[in-house]
Each structure stands twice: as structure tokens, then as C-alpha cells.
Design a protein around this ligand. Structure first.
Ligand code: ASP
Ligand code: MG
Length: 406
């Protein structure tokens, strides 16, 4: 049976449900959407830094805890905030029910701590909506086909929300967070940064993958694939946030700017490998070994070889450095250098596809600040440079000003 009312999915992050007062405020906000005549499904994160604390507790017991038990443990955070929110809503005289990911029908694969959603059985949620209940779903978790609780990776509640919006054919999915939306640069670093009214999925993907932490990357991928309209906004006021969608009829600007935003990431390390034999299969072997250990590689640069000896540099997450060291130790006749004091600065904009000279301008702005570029990588709508970490603030500010984003 088709569900007739408009469904909206609202997701509240950890800071938005950080304490009891805040949970009560979230309840008011949710009730307001309900009173607008919509069927409301709410996804919550764990309160504040609960997930970190739970991980800490496990660390006090085991150095290498069972992955199944870890997911069992960390999934509880979202159950706490979910049930408290349902109670807060009930206290205000409205009907509500909280569900675990599994109860909400979220079925995942078996990859503990980084599970992927396979499908969502929406019957239970729809049944609760028909009973006129506000449905609260614990974010970040699901259940595998064997009935074990799984989690979707840090920040995964965003993905829960978008996946539910897709499965329920929701009108849109609102991500309530502790910032007002997506900015042209980190407002903590660049005072002149401005909030963007709307951006495309591709721009949001590039922003999220190059350092903007406002929303989980997988959630954006999911939204793009399924055309879920996202609205990223503050849970502490009623201001419009940033709309993420590909329909720009709403967009008031005649022409989109060449550059939409500047991002940075200080969480990567540069690995250089010297003395590699230059022959087919070398890169496949090297990156195959890293992939086997689930180490994500970002930028890759291979130098021209001299006397058949090549060098390859690439970046990985800093937390993967110890594991990468182990992997690389097994490679014979090569020398490895790892530099963790690097940062990546990126400019993003759909408009750069039709505007030549954007890269040259970026390099010039950095050169004028005497900032050395160690690596470069591009996508059709992004240019990233690896520089020294201690120059990152200067670089972000200079690029933001240079591309007139203020
Ligand atoms: N509570 C989980 C985390 O801290 C999931 C989330 O907040 O999205 O990563
Ligand atoms: Mg988050």
C-alpha cells in the first residue's frame, strides 16, 4: 500500500542532542515539522562524544577487541539518544516510538565498523507512521543478515538518514548540525567565509572528501545517486541552511561562480617510495598491498624514472601510518619516507570546467605567499595541493581572498 502523506527525514547530530535540554529542544523542532502536516522520521546520533567514550571503555579492557562486540558497544549510544528523544516528544503530548537500526529494517553487510547498507525494509516505519507516530531511528547502525548489530563507520548517522529518505521516498532530508550550513571556507579559519545557499551534489562530494566535515561523504554519494534533496542547517536557530541538489531553478545567481569553496585537510601523511623498479605491475602490487589492509590512498604522484628506477609518492590518512609502515616493510629494495607534517588545500567549483586558468591562478596565489607545492591532484571540479602543514591557514585565507569568495 502506498503511503500518501509527505514524509520528511530529519537528522540530528551529536552536538544537537548533547544534553537533556538540547534533546527537549530537538523534540520541539520535530513537533513543529509534524504540525506542518508531515510524517516525520528522525535519525539521531549519540549524545555529544558518547561514541568516543564507548571506544575508550573498550580500550581499557582489550587492546584488540572483537569487532562484533565493538559494534554491539558503540551502537548503544544512538539507542540512548533515540529513546530519550521519544520520551521528550511523548512528554509534550505527541505519539512517538524509537527504533534500533535493525527494528527500522536497515539490513547491512557483515563488515563490522564499516558496514554498507544492503536494503531497508520500510514496513515497520510505515506502520508506525500510519499510527501517527513520530518515528525515531537510531543512526549509524543496522543489522546483518545473521542478525548481528553492525555500524556504518564514524559519522554514519548521516548515511542512515539519507538511506531512509531514499527508501521512504521522502520529500527531503534535513541534516541538523552545529554549523549553519556549508561555507565557502571553514568559518573558524576564515572570518569572511560565507554560507552557501545551494550547491550541487558533485561540489558537495568534493567538499566533503577534501576536508569539509559538515556531512559524511557516503551520505552525499547516496543522496546524489538517489536524488535526495539535502538541507544542511543549524539545530540552534531557524535560519535557512545550505541546500544540496542538482536543481538550480531555485538559484538566484545568473551564473555560478568559478570557485565555490576552499577546503583543507591536515589529517593526511605523505608517503614516498624510492628505488622502485619501473616495470608493469609495480604500482598494482604496491597499491594492492595497501588496499588489502583497507588503507585508503588519496593523491598519487609517480616521478619519471631514471635508469629504470622510479619513485612514487602518495598520501594516506595519518591514522593509517603505522599499518602502512608494516605493509611497506615487506617490500624489498626500496626506501620509504613518511611525512606527517603536510596538509592538503583544495579549491572546488563546478564552474572551473568551463574556465581555463584556474589552476594557474591557484599556483600563483600560493607562490606569492612563498608556499611550496609538494603534490598536485585534480578532478574536473577540484584542484588540490599538498603543502607544509604550518602554512595551511595562510594558504586557505589567501585562496579565499584571491578567488573573491568573501
Ligand atoms: N555516533 C557516531 C559517531 O560518532 C555516528 C554519528 O554521529 O554519525 O561517529
Ligand atoms: Mg556527524
Amino acid at each position: 500500500m502506498r503511503y500518501k502523506k509527505d514524509i520528511v527525514v530529519l537528522k540530528f547530530g551529536g552536538t544537537s542532542v548533547g544534553d537533556i535540554e538540547k534533546i527537549k529542544r530537538v523534540a520541539d523542532r520535530v513537533i513543529r515539522s509534524k504540525n506542518e502536516g508531515k510524517s516525520v522520521v528522525v535519525v539521531v546520533s549519540a549524545m555529544g562524544d558518547t561514541t568516543d567514550k564507548l571506544i575508550g571503555l573498550a580500550g581499557e579492557i582489550a587492546s584488540n577487541p572483537s569487532r562484533r562486540e565493538m559494534d554491539m558497544l558503540v551502537s548503544t549510544g544512538e539507542c540512548v539518544s533515540g529513546s530519550l528523544l521519544a520520551m521528550a516528544i511523548q512528554e509534550k503530548g505527541y505519539k512517538s516510538v524509537s527504533l534500533t537500526g535493525g527494528q527500522a529494517g536497515i539490513v547491512t553487510d557483515e563488515l563490522y565498523s564499516n558496514a554498507k547498507i544492503l536494503n531497508i525494509r520500510t514496513e515497520r516505519i510505515l506502520k508506525e507512521l500510519r499510527r501517527d507516530r513520530i518515528v525515531i531511528v537510531a543512526g549509524f547502525q543496522g543489522v546483518d543478515t545473521g542478525g548481528n548489530i553492525t555500524t556504518l563507520g564514524r559519522g554514519g548517522s548521516d548515511t542512515t538518514a539519507v538511506a531512509l529518505a531514499t527508501a521512504l521516498k521522502a520529500k527531503y532530508c534535513e541534516i541538523y548540525t552545529d554549523v549553519e550550513g556549508v561555507y565557502s571556507a571553514d568559518p573558524n579559519m576564515v572570518e569572511e567565509a560565507k554560507k552557501l545557499e545551494s550547491i550541487s551534489y558533485d561540489e558537495m562530494l568534493e567538499l566533503a572528501s577534501s576536508g569539509a566535515k559538515v556531512i559524511h561523504l557516503r551520505a552525499v554519494e547516496f543522496a546524489k545517486k538517489n536524488n535526495v534533496i539535502l538541507h544542511i542547517r543549524s539545530s540552534f536557530n531557524d535560519n535557512e541552511g545550505t541546500w544540496v541538489m542538482d536543481d538550480f531553478k531555485k538559484d538566484v545567481r545568473m551564473e555560478r561562480p568559478v570557485i565555490t569553496g576552499v577546503t583543507y585537510d591536515v589529517g593526511e601523511a605523505k608517503v614516498s617510495i624510492f628505488g622502485l623498479e619501473d616495470k608493469p605491475g609495480i604500482a598494482a602490487d604496491l597499491f594492492g598491498r595497501l588496499a588489502e589492509k583497507n588503507i585508503n590512498v588519496d593523491l598519487i604522484v609517480q616521478n619519471v624514472s631514471e635508469k629504470n628506477i622510479a619513485a612514487i609518492s602518495f598520501t594516506i590518512r595519518t591514522e593509517d601510518v603505522p599499518l602502512a609502515k608494516k605493509v611497506l616493510k615487506k617490500m624489498k629494495n626500496v626506501r620509504t619516507e613518511i611525512d606527517t607534517e603536510i596538509a592538503k588545500v583544495s579549491i572546488i567549483g563546478a564552474g572551473m570546467q568551463s574556465n581555463p586558468g584556474v589552476a594557474a591562478k591557484m599556483f600563483k596565489i600560493l607562490a606569492e605567499k612563498d608556499i611550496n607545492i609538494e603534490m598536485i591532484s585534480t578532478s574536473p571540479i577540484r584542484i588540490s595541493c599538498v603543502i607544509k602543514e604550518n602554512r595551511i591557514k595562510e594558504a586557505v585565507k589567501a585562496l579565499h581572498a584571491g578567488f573573491e569568495l568573501a
